[in-house]
Design a protein around this ligand. Sequence first.
Ligand code: CA
Length: 480
Amino acid sequence: MKKINGTIIQYFEWYMDCKQNLWNQISENAEKLAQIGITAIWLPPAFKGMGGAYDVGYGAYDLYDLGEFDQKGTIKTKYGSKDEYLNCLQVLKQAGIESYADIVLDHKMGADMLQTIPATKVDWGNHNLEIANQETVRVGTKFKFPGRNRKYSDFEWNWTHFNGIDYNNNTEEHAIFKFKDKEWSSFVDEEYGNFDYLMGADIDFENPEVVEECKRWGKWYVELTDITGFRLDAVKHIPATFYRDWIQYLRRETGKELYTVGEYWTGDVNKLHNYITTTQGEISLFDVPLHYNFYSASKDENYDLAKIFEGTLIKENSAMAVTFVDNHDTQPKQALESFVEPWFKLCAYSLILLRKEGYPCVFYGDLYGIPYSGIEPIYKLEELIRLRKEKAYGNQNDYFDNNNFIGWTREGDEEHIKSGIAVVISKAGDGEKRMYIGEKFAGFTFIDAMENCEEEITIEENGWANFRVKGKSVSVWVKK
Ligand code: CA
């Protein structure tokens, strides 16, 4: 489900110090975001995590606590209160911006009580391999949510709703313990033999009570918040069949489109194809292979720019691809650290924002900086988002024919009077590319909106021109 010329922003980074006030900050910024061309926002997980006021949101504790109950030492979440969240979603709607909720269903953390049960230790490197006899373990699997006192739902979680956990309180041992009579789920990633288990108390989607509760919660969430779509966390650790059925159920029940993008973290595009097939095209995916291509291009002097789209989802199934440059997991000091080098950031963003294919997602940490890591905002990124909205329309002509210099043009269309661009990227020295942008621009003067090249270019009578670029940069040529 492609969104024509929309642009998503991921409105958080791992270390942001938002003082439990992010929802209000977004409300204040909504109009500005709409003006520059943002059409959708990926909000961080809105429910209470085990880390309370400091939980980024992935240590999911109580999915019904959106900053309403005194649990884990705080009423508000890291991002604010339930009322501030609901208000923020209405403000975004008024501004014409869609809102995508981050959904964390793989695991739970911060149990209210321990339970003593039989379990078997498995190997960290091969989760299918049992490495000890069954033993009695004491584990955090009982969730009663005393601070909420059964409001919205009286469902309580116990060990039968989980497959396994990575800590035995009896022996203080860190290991993966698979619970008695449980098997890891099918339809998950096959790394480590079976990658169902990721962290915390791993939810068992083979248990019908779990499936029912997740459906009930999802319907409650959509109806309460008026959210317009989802970003699904860690989908490779959850049966693809579960999420397929879950999203189909919610679309049917709520009558909403509920655009959905999943985080399937892999550099192997074939795994993404498999997931899309199993989920019957209901769930778009982040183009992780493209992120890794950007990372390699920014790091490796011998990288062949002409192959920047090789092995990516945007190339092989662009309608299902959400493209991005970096995110909260790839930023410095995070689990999947692979941060694209500063010199290549705008080049990468031009490749996701100014082309016809894909649904781009801009990272908060790139647009506004990451003070914790001393990372500055990317100068001119906001301008690129604007250029997408104003000018990136019409026929696309590609010139991906050189290791060090690539380029493309968009010829513009009649609907967007200012449209038409020519983009050139260099990963070596200064250079130029001869490209066709259309006879209708003959005789017109073009300038570099990135302000790297100061000279002007005049389009020739046949609609061609030599578009210049400085070393290790991108130039975006637009009509003066
Ligand atoms: Ca799992």
